[in-house]
Write a protein of this length. Structure first.
Length: 144
């Protein structure tokens, strides 16, 4: 399911993270998966037949999803992955629904850990930056 090179990369990153203090375990490797790996692990329209297997295998990765379907989480991961790629490639993002992107980030984190979501809400500068941006460009706020 995960390409061998990505699994090897996650294992190598995990080994650097534990710095020889102990043996690398499964959780260490999973923690190093990239956003793209998670996107491919989650169900998609093309691979609906894999959903029962994924539901069972990923139930602990999103242990706090409380009634949120895995395909909804997959949609949020896809939104965040596309957004990250646009930013990484220096593509314009001003015309996008930036508040919706922030909500997708928060939804994913909440499904993993409400504590992680609270940390993001308390420390991310995006909310204030969006308020400033939309105050200066109100026409964009109406379209998003």
């Amino acid at each position: 399911m995960i390409p061998a090179d990505r699994l090897r990369s996650a294992r190598d990153h995990a080994a650097r993270a534990v710095r020889g203090r102990r043996r690398v375990n499964h959780d260490d490797v999973v923690a190093q998966f990239t956003l793209g790996v998670w996107r491919n692990l989650l169900p998609s329209q093309r691979h609906r037949w894999k959903q029962p297997l994924r539901e069972e295998a990923l139930q602990y990765a999103f242990a706090n999803r409380q009634g949120v379907r895995l395909d909804q989480i997959a949609r949020s991961v896809s939104i965040v992955c596309d957004f990250r790629n646009r930013i990484a490639h220096h593509e314009p993002v001003f015309g996008l629904d930036l508040r919706g992107k922030r909500k997708a980030m928060r939804d994913i984190l909440n499904s993993v850990s409400p504590t992680a979501r609270r940390w993001l809400v308390e420390h991310e500068p995006l909310s204030a930056a969006l308020d400033d941006f939309y105050a200066e460009w109100p026409d964009l706020a109406r379209t998003n």
